[in-house]
Write a protein that binds this ligand. Sequence first.
Ligand code: AHM
Ligand code: MG
Length: 339
Amino acid sequence: MSQTSPVITVQQHILEEQKRFPGSSGEFSWLLSGITMATKLIQAKVRRAGLTDILGAQGDINVQGEVQQKLDIYSNEVLIQCLSARESIGVLASEEDEKPLLVHQGSENATYAVVFDPLDGSSNIDVNVSVGTTFSILRRPEGVSLDEPEKWVLQPGARQIAAGYVVYGSSTILVYSVGNGVHGFTLDPAVGAYTLSHPNMKMPEQGSYYSVNEAYCDSFPERYQQYLARLRNGDLGRKYSSRYIGSMVADVHRTLLKGGIFMYPPTESNSDGKLRLLYEANPIAFLVEQAGGTAIDGTRRVLDIVPDSIHQRTPMVVGSQVEVADFERFFVGSNSDAA
Ligand code: AHM
Ligand code: MG
């Protein structure tokens, strides 16, 4: 950024974006400010992990069957506290909670559901590796009442009206879209403001990294194994290098900036992969498409999947156009898709 560039905070940006919606009342920007506030509180705790008694497992197992870290629980509570005070929000659905929460301020007229993974990659917390938060915003479907919270969130990702993530990495960055491009804001810790640093992010058409947990390669369906061999062999016109952090948000953020492909395929023990459709795959797919990339579940567009349960998982293949198109083209007609 040159010294003469104007400083644009995320709040200013959201207000500008909102002008595109005629008659908008400001409640949507108020909602997003709840997310920015919560993620600032989470990042403050993440930055002090190790100094405070916040590292390690809480001892409980969450609805996904995974050990909850103390920071998972803290992040979940902070998001719920910051968002349940926004009267436009009726439903909150978290990866950490078994059922969607009908927030008590939700008036009859509440319009939005917010779906989130409060702390993605939390098994990496204890070793100072980047973690993140993902969020997705949906409008309450026509005719659905306040006592049917599941129906608020069981919608295909194509209906998201906004989505984003925050990476708590070497700096804290918030990346979001309301369907008008993807924009990144780096948190300036000196003033506590998210400031526009990556306007209108576009994925390169092709990258040179692939990102997948290769330790599971033998249990991927054959087409994934063959595709990885194509990347390694230079069949896409270049030799690929591998990068895998094990925090989806951080792996996807790199893929968004540098191009390439991120995959979490089906495995023998997990025929739908590991990542959750509502909390992880949908917001990421929304952002990747907005940035010019592609997101599929191996065969279908992620955003077209109609969910039937709130914690359902999906395989994920997301990335630059060239890599994902090759995956699709090379395997058209392949009958080796079974996990
Ligand atoms: P989490 O939401 O419980 O943290 O799990 C999701 C994480 C992703 O961030 C990451 O891509 C994946 O789990 C890593 O899983 P694996 O260790 O099987 O590669
Ligand atoms: Mg997660």
